[in-house]
Design a protein. Structure first.
Length: 156
């Protein structure tokens, strides 16, 4: 890492902000910011605070590689990635989604069981025709029929 390149990137990241503004953003004394901006080696805390407060990509700040903004890293990585990397990422995403659906299914089954238990209590007999309200028993039946209509994960 060349110091001159780092200091130039710090100047780019800071833009037109004053030493006091940068100090406030990074939790650094304005005089320290001035010294860092004029060539003194900056502290890790300053660099970390700068990246965090301005949304700067730490790799870019330290090496000059990659996008400047943290928010652009994903798009940059997707543009630079090869087919095997993209397929692996897609596979990982699908696996994560399957795990989430499985957890959701277990949650729905637990909720259905709890609703059925609650429906056994007096006064939970279905739809209150006069009030037009759906009671716990009716809600449990609807959830139960929706769950039984879904294909089982192990039936693939």
């Amino acid at each position: 890492m060349t110091e001159n390149g780092l200091h130039e990137r710090i100047r780019i990241a800071v833009g037109e902000r004053t030493y006091r503004e940068v100090g406030s953003l990074t939790g650094t004394h304005a005089e320290s910011v001035r010294r860092y901006m004029q060539g003194q080696s900056p502290s890790v805390e300053f660099l970390t605070g700068l990246c965090a407060s301005l949304g700067i990509n730490g790799d870019w700040l330290l090496t000059g590689e990659g996008p400047m903004q943290q928010s652009e890293i994903r798009d940059h990585a997707l543009r630079e990635a090869g087919t095997p990397d993209l397929l692996r990422a897609m596979s990982d995403t699908v696996s994560t989604l399957i795990e989430r659906v499985d957890r959701l299914e277990r949650f729905v089954q637990t909720a259905e069981t709890r609703l059925r238990v609650a429906a056994g209590a007096p006064g939970n007999g279905g739809v209150d025709e006069q009030a037009g309200e759906i009671t716990v028993t009716d809600a449990a039946r609807r959830i139960g029929s929706a769950v039984t209509e879904r294909p089982r994960p192990d039936a693939r």
